[in-house]
Design a protein around this ligand. Structure first.
Ligand code: ATP
Ligand code: MG
Length: 221
């Protein structure tokens, strides 16, 4: 069984006026395990809204949902998905404290033993190329460094689905290339990734599936 998440009948409007078409009116969204998707669409198409719905930050009507083959109720947003799905904001917010403190934060909340937290931290610092910055105040980092801290902070939670909102849009040069390099590694470690982006190099990564939002509908391309 290779399907991670299936949603049928996703409907979303921010206005109550029934005369207006829904922002989102998606028949089916299917996400496979350990697969990467790029989500495109014009400004205002609803890309961020769809990621926020998938991570439980925005509500939506969903007629049927299943996760790893089991039917689930979408509302209220299930605990199971809160653990399985992590959303990374376009401009990630750094918590007060060091880079290390930011990365282990979620593990602490989950009650992981300190020795295990340290092991995960060291792996994640190395993975994201942040070893030399581990004791820096996270708020003082550059945009590219913050983006990598956000990815490391998400990765240690071993999400089954990572939602990345324009992960490279504020980056250029080496910072951008470093982030692009991390994406296939997430997939080879078993996570699925949906990234909103216009970055040709990300879209061109091998094996990336293309999704496009147009007039509220989702096109598989
Ligand atoms: N909380 C909200 N209340 C009202 N309208 C909203 C809200 N959030 C988003 N919208 C509207 O929904 C539409 C889709 O917004 P969304 O941010 O999902 O688009 P997007 O595809 O991510 O666009 P962009 O490419 O500019 O990031 C926009 O018209 C936006 O103004
Ligand atoms: Mg957006």
């Amino acid at each position: 069984m290779n399907t991670l998440l299936t949603l049928h009948g996703i409907q979303k409007s921010f206005t109550k006026k029934s005369a207006q078409p829904s922002l989102l009116d998606i028949k089916t969204l299917t996400i496979d395990r350990a697969s990467a998707y790029v989500l495109t669409g014009i400004n205002g198409a609803g890309k961020t809204t769809l990621l926020r719905i998938l991570s439980g930050l925005d509500s939506a009507t969903v007629t049927q949902a299943s996760f790893l083959g089991h039917e689930i109720a979408w509302t209220p947003y299930p605990r199971l998905l809160r653990d399985a799905i992590v959303y990374v904001h376009q401009h990630p917010i750094m918590f007060a404290g060091t880079v290390s403190a930011n990365i282990v934060y979620g593990l602490k909340v989950r009650g992981m033993a300190p020795a295990e937290q340290q092991a995960e931290l060291q792996q994640a610092l190395q993975w994201a190329g942040l070893g030399h910055l581990s004791e820096r105040q996270a708020s003082s980092l550059s945009g590219g460094e913050k983006q990598r801290v956000a990815l490391a902070r998400a990765k240690v939670l071993r999400p089954q689905l990572l939602l990345l909102d324009e992960p490279t849009s504020n980056l250029d040069g080496e910072a951008r290339e470093q982030v692009i390099k991390l994406i296939p590694q997430l997939v080879s470690d078993g996570s699925s990734v949906i990234m909103v982006c216009h970055d040709r190099d990300l879209i061109a990564l091998p094996g990336v599936h293309r999704l496009k939002l147009r007039d509220g509908r989702l096109e598989n391309r």
